[in-house]
Design a binder for this molecule. Structure first.
Ligand code: ADP
Ligand code: MG
Ligand code: ZN
Length: 525
């Protein structure tokens, strides 16, 4: 905020807003342009900063454990609490994971680099500085290729650097969980000092209307690459993958505009929505000649738009300097070469291979990848389902549900093993499609495995002929004209009788058994 806005009163947000031209305030109430209109007149440039929490057993600069969900402030020590005299020691596993990420993103690995102190005060940061990297990142100058609508886009990687996570603040006593209205604020330092890797892209121009989709595809690809390395569980909903989305607009032929940085983007879908809504919002401002402020904005999950946060600090505000308590990092060349040789199959190559195995089109594979379903389907097949069966559930019912509830597919509530078990029940004729969907609903609601849900909800195909004969006889008695046709050899007419039986058995009858019974009763088989 310093340098752009004079410091006057206590609330930063009010102050920033009150210093803006009144047209900005007015603009928010006038009609917004459509997205198509916006991208027909302005060219977006995007840039993504992604934080990945590494899954190391211990923290980056001390031996504290990193278990998720532990009692607050039980995984802390003098080093990660920043107590006087405590000295950090780097965790080799954190450095190794960062180098592997860099290599997987086609980066050059520095032969010598240092950590830096990034100074700022915030209650969740006990040391009053973050141990990070500044002008000497561990990995630089890479790229990631992503595919959207069958076309490849290369996203340049500026740098991949290592830093540490902060603690977590908890504001209690208020309705919203935010600091406003809270009676107390609590801090949990368990997360402070967990290794974080920050991956920063170069600015990406030239995407036009596809900018939001490419941004999403990039984060998905990055997630898949990092997951394949096994260095993080990269769960956006749990915060182990966090993304800040930078967006700017310029008129064709003009210089790039001022960017805004949107934080709190907690799902792949939100990455896309955040870019899209920023393009619309910035267009509405530029259209009336209002300049864009470089600021941090917060993505609103409920509305899909962004709200102003703080104005952006500049590097000088952080007073970076080389960390004097840690030795420089000088990775041995032979070690780096070893790590490079041992990288796993690239997710994009893996997708090409699985596409062959599953016998699906490139477009279908792309939807599978975009839905984050590659591994889920792969694991479902490994658990015994056919490729078509596995894909059907993840890309059908479960994808629809994930979409509706706004969660990632992996967090939708069904496991690959459960989906495979469900498909097996269908293959064995114990469930038909309709019933299977109801069973899946129970699984997702947390009622247990498919067999348990089937039993508890009393779902299951009735193919026991004794139980069905009564329903068949009733259907025949109620539809004498149709029955007569079937008796006369018009077998196709039996369909209506099957339908009637399905109706009285609330869909639980096995259609084939019913049909056989009808034909038998009417002497047409
Ligand atoms: P900071 O820490 O200040 O956010 P970084 O260098 O970490 O700065 O990240 C800046 C991000 O913004 C990068 O991903 C970069 O590519 C992107 N960026 C830079 N200029 C623009 C621009 N004009 N429009 C959109 N994105 C931009
Ligand atoms: Mg940054
Ligand atoms: Zn510690």
């Amino acid at each position: 905020m310093r340098g752009t806005v004079p410091v006057r009163c206590t609330s930063r947000v009010t102050e920033i807003l009150s210093d803006r031209p009144t047209s900005l305030v007015r603009m928010t109430t006038t009609a917004l342009p459509t997205y198509e209109d916006a991208v027909s007149r302005y060219e977006p440039v995007i840039g993504l900063e992604t934080h990945v929490e590494l899954g190391t057993a211990t923290k980056m600069f001390c031996g504290c454990r990193t278990d998720f969900g532990a009692e607050p402030n039980t995984q802390v020590c003098p080093v990660c609490l920043g107590l006087p005299g405590a000295l950090p020691v780097a965790n080799r596993a954190g450095i190794e994971a960062t180098i592997r990420i860099g290599l997987a993103l086609n980066c050059d690995i520095a032969e010598w680099c240092r950590m830096a102190r990034k100074n700022y005060f915030y209650p969740d940061m006990p040391k009053n500085f973050q141990t990070s990297q500044y002008d000497e990142p561990l990995c630089v100058d890479g790229y990631v290729d992503v595919e959207v609508d069958g076309k490849q886009y290369r996203i340049g990687i500026e740098r991949v650097h290592l830093e540490e996570d902060t603690g977590k603040s908890l504001h209690v006593g208020g309705a919203t969980g935010r600091i406003h209205g809270a009676t107390e604020s609590l801090v949990d330092y368990n997360r402070a000092g967990i290794p974080l890797v920050e991956i920063v892209t170069k600015p990406v121009p030239g995407l036009g209307a596809l900018a939001p989709e490419v941004a999403k595809a990039y984060v998905a690809e990055l997630r898949d690459i990092i997951r394949s390395l096994g260095v993080s569980d990269v769960r956006m909903e749990q915060g182990s993958l966090r993304c800040d989305v930078n967006t700017s607009l310029n008129k064709p032929g003009e210089e790039w505009g001022t960017r805004t940085e949107t934080k709190n983007v907690n799902s792949l879908r939100s990455v896309e929505r955040a870019v899209r809504s920023e393009i619309i919002r910035q267009t509405s401002l530029l259209d009336v000649g209002t300049r864009i402020f470089q600021e941090t904005r917060h993505f609103q999950e409920t509305t899909g738009d962004t709200r102003s946060g703080r104005s952006k600090e500049t590097a000088t505000d952080y007073r970076y300097f080389p960390e004097p308590d840690l030795v420089p990092i000088a990775p041995d060349k032979a070690w780096v070469a070893e790590l490079k040789a041992a990288l796993p199959e690239k997710p994009s190559s893996k997708r090409a291979r699985l596409r062959e195995d599953w016998g699906i089109s490139a477009t279908d594979m792309e939807s599978v990848a975009n839905a984050g379903a590659v591994e889920l389907i792969e694991e479902t097949i490994a658990a015994g389902a056919s490729p078509a069966g596995a894909r059907k559930w993840w890309m059908g019912e479960l994808a629809r549900r994930a979409n509706e509830t706004g969660v990632e597919l992996a967090a939708v509530g069904a496991t690959p093993a459960q989906v495979a078990a469900l498909q097996k029940l269908v293959d064995e004729g114990k469930l038909n499609d309709k019933l299977a969907r109801q069973v899946l609903e129970g699984v997702v609601e947390g009622e247990g495995d498919p067999a348990a849900v089937m039993a508890a909800r009393g779902l299951g195909v009735v193919s026991d002929t004794g139980a069905l004969t009564k329903a068949v006889d009733e259907a025949i008695a109620a539809n004498p004209d149709i029955a007569a046709k079937v008796r006369d050899g018009k077998v196709a007419a039996a369909g209506a009788l099957v339908g009637a039986v399905m109706k009285t058995t609330r869909g639980q009858a096995d259609a084939k058994t019913v049909r056989d019974l009808i034909l038998e009763r009417l002497g047409a088989s």
